[in-house]
Design a protein around this ligand. Structure first.
Ligand SMILES: [Zn+2]
Length: 440
């Protein structure tokens, strides 16, 4: 037995098979080991299965006994804004009003590099303490603030995909850059941070409303010159926004056509929201391999609309989940899963969701959206050991609900319904501890 082999004992859940391709009642959607073992070495999964069998086959492995808890793959948040950490919870506004009165004034404060660095550290701590191990993050409109995020991310050990947010109109003047500046500063950040450790760069036009044709052209140039950076943006979020776009881009037949003209609809692209998508847009996204980050809490808070998940699935578009902090309500991906469930439950022709599908949406689907599914997202042999150890606080209602669950699926449902940061005990990325609660 090679030194450094560890066998973690807990109830283990993961979704190596896409449960959306199975019937909702098919038990194969959830891979569960009630008395499970996760064998890890050198930061990678060696095996995942039943504890006793793995112990017998690996007698020298050091055992970590987490029998009272649950192991799931690290959560993947595919849409979150780091500069908005301090403005979570502004209720009662719609998108454009919220941007102007709440989000953009705070984003302007990121000009102060110390303020940005503090926010970045808090932001990464918030992700890790909620069990998020990978996130696709909107940076700031300032190169210096975005560099602070990357620096803090490198120290945090999390997998962070991010980039300088680009806009040249309609926001506040201090948040605008010229396309030339945007190109230059993005290229510098790519040189400095892309593929440094666990960091990946994403070219980040804010949304079509705030980016002129020349800015979108600069984005096209960046992703052409750097063939493995990602691209993130917003699409089809609010009806008001769509009306404004028709005025700004009269030639575009729909929202996606604007991004399409500059070849931004790619297999490296993740677009947030897509609530008001047409069938053409869904077909085009599926053909291009562009993924959608669905952010149910934010969509409800801002009254943006009900996400047509069933149409996305039917069209073959990869959907993952994002918290969309600060339009969203917090960093917890379990809670985001619950919000997705609630929204689909009430939506006309909503997609039926169960705990297996929620786990998939918060883990492997995110890995697919980011093109990282060969590395993370589930516990198949050889994958990176990114995981969350969850255990509800003793004596509380959640612990009681989980203990009395009549099936593992029911226990996982209770976790999605009730669990937040209080239940996150330890989080690892590539086998490295990135968060440990004071009392594990
Ligand atoms: Zn957003």
């Amino acid at each position: 037995m090679p030194a450094g082999t560890e066998l973690l004992r807990a109830t283990i859940f993961h979704t190596p098979q896409n449960p959306f391709q199975l019937d909702i009642n098919d038990p194969h959607g959830l891979d569960c080991h009630q008395d499970g073992g996760l064998l890890i070495r050198d930061g990678r999964v060696e095996a995942c299965g039943d504890f006793e069998a793995l112990r017998a086959a690996n007698p020298g492995a050091a055992i970590t006994d987490w029998r009272a808890g649950f192991l799931v793959p690290g959560f993947i948040d595919t849409h979150v804004h780091f500069p908005q950490l301090r403005i979570i919870g502004a209720l009662g506004r719609s998108l454009l009003d919220w941007l102007e009165c709440v989000a953009l004034p705070e984003e302007a404060r990121m000009a102060d590099v110390t303020y940005a660095a503090d926010t970045a550290r808090q932001f990464l701590r918030a992700l890790a303490s909620h069990g998020t191990t990978t996130a696709l993050v909107f940076g700031a409109h300032f190169g210096s603030a975005t560099a602070q995020l990357f620096e803090a991310a490198a120290s945090s050990g999390l997998r962070i995909v991010s980039g300088l947010v680009l806009s040249d109109r309609l926001l506040r003047p201090e948040l605008h850059q010229t396309p030339e500046q945007a190109y230059r500063e993005s290229a510098q950040l790519i040189d400095r941070y892309h593929k440094r450790g666990r960091l990946i760069y994403a070219v980040t036009p804010r949304f079509a409303l705030s980016t002129s044709d020349s800015m979108l052209e600069a984005c096209q140039q960046l992703i052409t010159e750097h063939p493995d950076v990602r691209l993130q943006t917003h699409v089809n979020e609010s009806v008001q926004e769509l009306a404004e776009l028709a005025r700004l881009f009269p030639w575009a037949k729909d929202y996606l056509a604007i991004y399409d003209r500059y070849n931004l609809t790619t297999s490296r692209s993740v677009m947030a929201h897509n609530i008001h998508a047409t069938d053409r847009e869904l077909e085009r996204m599926a053909a291009a391999g562009t993924a959608v980050a669905h952010c149910p809490a934010s969509n409800a808070v801002l009254g943006s609309g009900v996400f047509p998940m069933a149409r996305h699935i039917r069209a073959g578009v990869t959907c993952a989940l994002g918290t969309d902090v600060g339009g969203g309500v917090g960093f917890g991906m379990l809670k985001e899963g619950l919000h997705a469930y609630l929204m689909q439950r009430l939506a006309p022709a909503g997609e039926p969701l169960d705990a297996a599908r929620l786990l998939y949406l918060t883990t492997l689907a995110g890995a697919k959206a980011l093109g990282l599914d060969a590395e993370i997202g589930d516990f198949r042999d050889g994958k990176a050991a990114d995981f969350v150890y969850l255990r509800p606080p003793a004596g509380g209602a959640m612990a009681a609900a989980v203990r009395h669950a009549d099936s593992p699926m029911q226990a996982l449902s209770s976790l999605f319904t009730m669990a937040g940061a209080e239940s996150v005990r330890e989080v690892r990325v590539g086998g490295d501890v990135v968060y440990r609660a004071e009392q594990t």
